[in-house]
Design a protein around this ligand. Structure first.
Ligand code: ADP
Ligand code: MG
Length: 384
C-alpha cells in the first residue's frame, strides 16, 4: 500500500487545497487467457501496487491534472475539453472525465494529483488502475457515486473509445470489484462474478521476463482469425454456437477433424482455459493447493502448445519456478509472447524464491528480471 501522506502534501503544495484521496489497484490474471472475447471466464486478482488520485474542487471551470510519475500538469477548460485522446498520459484521466460527462454526471472544475507505483506498461494494468482511481475521485467531486461494475464499464469505454486501446473489461472490473486475499472469477458474458479465497499464507509473485516479442500484434490478429474460423465450423453444426463460450470439449471431439490443426488447437485452448478458470475457483474454495498447481500447469501447457502464445523466456521462467517446493503453481499471464509469469508461492519463502528465480533466470537468459511480490488486495476505495 502506498503512503498517501506524500500525495496529500504534493497536492496541498501545488493546489493549496486539502484533497480527498482515492486508490485503485493493479492486477494479475491467475487463469483464463484469451477467453474474454469468447465470452468465457477469467480469474484475476487485484494486487498491492496501486494508483492514487487526490482531488479538490475549484471555483472556476478548469480541470488541472498533475501526474507525479510524469512530473507534468495539464489544464483544460471544462467547456472546451478535447473530444479524443492525443497519445499522452492525460488521455486516461481525460477519457474518464469525458465518459462520466457522457453518462450525465455534472463534473465540476477540479484539481487532481496522481501518483502510482504500478509499473507502467509491464502488464499489471496501470491503465485501469489510473482510470478507476480518477473515476472515483471525479464522482466524489461531483457529489455522487455509481455501482462498481458501472464504474468498470465506463472506464473500459474511456480506454476503448477515448484512449483508443481495444481491451476487454477484466482490468477495470477487478480494480472495481476485487477483494483482499481473494481472486475474482468473472463471467465475461454476464459480468456476474464470485470471489475465491487465496490462502493468506500464499503470495502472488510476479516475474517479469522483460521481453515482449514484437510479432505479438500480428500473432494476436492471427489467433483471433483462427478462433473465428473454428467457431464458424462449430456453428455450422450447432447454430447456437455464437462464440466459443457456447461450445464444449465434446463439440471439438466431434467436429474438430473438420478444422485445420492450428484452428483446432486454438479453440481447444480457449474452451479448456475457460473451464480451468472455473475449476481453479473451485480448487481455491476447497483449499486444494495440489489441484490448483495442476490447473496452472495445464493452463501454461495449453497456452504454450495449443495457443502457441508463450516464448522461450517465459517457459524458462515457469520451469524454474515449479522446481521450487514452495511454489504451488506458475504460468505465463497476460496476452502472451513475453510479459510476466504469475507464481503462487508460500509467503514465508517468497523472498528467497524471488532471489533465486532472478539469479537462475539471469544465468539462463542473460536478462535481469523484475520481480514483484504481491498480495491479493482490495478494490478501489477512498483512503481516509
Ligand atoms: P499497463 O496497463 O500494462 O501498465 P498500458 O500501456 O495499458 O500498460 O498503460 C500504461 C499507460 O497508462 C502509461 O503509459 C500512461 O500513459 C498511463 N498511466 C498509468 N499510470 C499513470 C500515472 N500514474 N500517471 C500518468 N499516467 C499513467
Ligand atoms: Mg493497460
Amino acid at each position: 500500500m502506498m503512503d498517501v501522506t506524500a500525495i496529500k502534501r504534493t497536492h496541498l503544495e501545488r493546489f493549496k487545497e486539502t484533497p480527498r484521496v482515492f486508490t485503485s489497484p493493479g492486477r494479475v490474471n491467475l487463469i483464463g487467457e484469451h477467453t474474454d472475447y469468447a465470452e468465457g471466464f477469467v480469474m484475476p486478482a487485484a494486487i498491492d501496487f496501486s494508483t492514487q488520485a487526490a482531488i479538490s474542487c475549484r471555483d472556476d471551470r478548469q480541470v488541472a491534472i498533475y501526474s507525479a510519475n510524469f512530473t507534468e500538469q495539464v489544464i483544460h477548460d471544462l467547456d472546451a475539453m478535447p473530444e479524443r485522446g492525443s497519445h499522452h498520459w492525460s488521455d486516461y484521466p481525460l477519457g474518464v472525465v469525458h465518459m462520466l460527462r457522457l453518462a450525465g454526471i455534472d463534473v465540476p472544475g477540479f484539481s487532481m494529483s496522481i501518483e502510482g507505483n504500478v509499473p507502467l506498461g509491464a502488464g499489471l494494468s496501470s491503465s485501469a488502475s489510473i482510470e478507476v482511481a480518477v473515476a472515483l475521485a471525479v464522482l466524489s467531486a461531483a457529489g455522487t457515486t455509481l455501482p462498481p461494475p458501472e464504474v468498470a464499464r465506463l472506464c473500459q469505454r474511456a480506454e476503448n473509445s477515448y484512449v483508443g486501446a481495444s481491451t476487454g473489461i477484466m482490468d477495470q472490473f477487478i480494480a472495481c470489484c476485487g477483494a483482499e486475499d481473494h481472486a475474482l472469477l468473472l463471467d465475461c458474458r454476464s459480468l456476474s462474478y464470485r470471489l475465491a479465497p487465496i490462502p493468506s499464507n500464499i503470495s502472488l509473485v510476479i516475474c517479469n521476463t522483460m521481453v515482449k516479442h514484437s510479432h505479438a500484434g500480428g500473432e494476436y490478429n492471427t489467433r483471433r482469425a483462427e478462433v473465428e474460423e473454428g467457431t464458424a465450423i462449430l456453428r455450422s453444426h450447432r447454430p447456437e454456437v455464437r462464440v466459443l463460450r457456447d461450445a464444449t470439449p465434446e463439440d471439438l471431439e466431434r467436429w474438430g477433424h473438420e478444422m485445420p490443426p492450428n484452428v483446432l488447437k486454438r479453440c481447444r485452448h480457449i474452451i479448456t482455459d475457460s473451464l480451468r478458470a472455473i475449476a481453479t475457483a473451485d480448487a481455491l474454495e476447497a483449499h486444494d493447493l495440489k489441484k490448483l498447481g495442476e490447473l496452472l500447469a495445464a493452463a501454461h501447457a495449453s497456452y504454450r502448445d495449443d495457443f502457441e502464445a508463450s516464448c522461450p523466456e517465459a517457459d524458462i521462467m515457469v520451469d524454474l519456478a515449479v522446481r521450487d517446493p514452495h511454489c504451488y503453481g506458475a504460468r505465463l499471464t497476460g496476452g502472451g509472447f513475453g510479459g510476466c509469469t504469475v507464481n503462487l508461492v508460500e509467503t514465508s519463502a517468497a523472498e528467497a524464491f524471488s532471489e533465486k528465480i532472478a539469479a537462475d533466470y539471469r544465468a539462463a537468459t542473460g536478462i535481469q528480471p523484475d520481480i514483484y511480490r504481491c498480495r491479493a488486495s482490495a478494490a478501489a476505495h477512498e483512503v481516509l
